[in-house]
Design a protein around this ligand. Structure first.
Ligand SMILES: *[C@@H]1O[C@H](CO)[C@@H](O)[C@H](O)[C@H]1NC(C)=O
Ligand SMILES: *[C@@H]1O[C@H](CO)[C@@H](O)[C@H](O)[C@H]1NC(C)=O
Ligand SMILES: *[C@@H]1O[C@H](CO)[C@@H](O)[C@H](O)[C@H]1NC(C)=O
Ligand SMILES: *[C@@H]1O[C@H](CO)[C@@H](O)[C@H](O)[C@H]1NC(C)=O
Length: 264
């Protein structure tokens, strides 16, 4: 009589424990950050051939500054044409509005029309590259952009995180806005400034922050220098919560079990 009851109690405690920890494990919607897994999010519907860049850029981001430049320079047609070309495709690196705001040192305000066009074209490669392609692309420095000529970018793939280097701008791909052949749109932390416009006399980089701070400050990413502060805060901490609750629950189960043993 005693034994089956104890058994039932322990079983239900274990069940409770596992459902609770499972719930915790499943619940936190981790922010979509770059992970080493190369597979893009599967499209729910059969992918349509035509990707409307104007639409995509107007709903994601916010990328309004970049989209405004695309429209004011009429380069949106060049980009869309390249996106329509399913043989080649396009890869676009889009800085957020905050990155344009944070841009102080070389200003874009007095660039000539031609320079501005080149700067915008500099943010795209005339071919579709999935994130997993950048590993190979990093062996091909320097890589030509849509701006052609000396407007080149260097890439490195550091364990799944793609870093972009224009000389003036060292940044990384922070998320994939869209990545389905033939169109890839990746968000980057900084406006890419070409040496072909701003010269090779690059002011020294500010020293990188020594260690990532655990707490996320929402204001940090509007500053130009604070490139890496908006990193993934949650995955390790939620792991810790799960571990913590596991140990709490296992102690509880042990205590219940011990009490039953004492009683019987
Ligand atoms: C693309 O999207 C924009 C913004 O939503 C819209 O104004 C435009 O008509 C679309 N173009 C095509 C060809 O569907
Ligand atoms: C791209 O393709 C769409 C749909 O076929 C078409 O409406 C649009 O005019 C094309 N745009 C360019 C710039 O080629
Ligand atoms: C932009 O303006 C600054 C100061 O107003 C000037 O020193 C610089 O040469 C200008 N750059 C270009 C590309 O015209
Ligand atoms: C890009 O890589 C090439 C070849 O490794 C190198 O010569 C060049 O200086 C690099 N450019 C930048 C901006 O780092």
């Amino acid at each position: 009589m005693q034994f089956p009851r104890a058994f039932v109690v322990i079983c239900s405690a274990l069940f409770l424990c596992s459902t609770l920890t499972y719930g915790q494990q499943a619940s936190p919607p981790a922010p979509i950050a770059m992970t080493p897994t190369p597979t893009p999010a599967p499209a729910p519907a059969p992918a349509p051939e035509y990707v409307n860049l104007t639409y995509l850029l107007s709903v994601a981001g916010p990328f309004h500054t970049f989209l405004n430049y695309l429209e004011s320079t009429k380069l949106i047609d060049t980009f869309q044409n390249q996106a329509n070309n399913t043989e080649q495709g396009i890869t676009i690196f889009v800085p957020k509005d905050s990155s344009f705001k944070g841009l102080k040192k070389p200003s874009l305000s007095n660039l000539s029309d031609e320079q501005l066009k080149s700067l915008i074209l500099f943010h795209a490669l005339p071919k579709y590259y999935a994130l997993s392609d950048f590993n190979e692309l990093s062996t091909k420095d320097p890589v030509s952009t849509l701006a052609g000529g000396q407007y080149t970018l260097n890439f490195t793939d550091k364990s799944g995180t793609v870093h972009v280097d224009s000389g003036w701008s060292r940044t990384k791909v922070t998320s994939a806005v869209h990545s389905t052949d033939p169109v890839a749109i990746y968000e980057v932390d900084k406006v890419l400034l070409p040496e072909a416009i701003f010269g090779t006399d690059i002011p020294p980089m500010p020293a990188p922050a020594p260690a990532p701070t655990p707490d996320i400050s929402p204001a940090a990413d509007s500053k130009e220098g604070g490139s890496s502060s908006k990193a993934l805060p949650s995955s390790s901490s939620c792991h810790r919560i799960v571990e913590l609750s596991l140990s709490v629950w296992s102690q509880l189960v042990l205590a219940v079990f011990g009490g039953l043993v004492l009683l019987s």
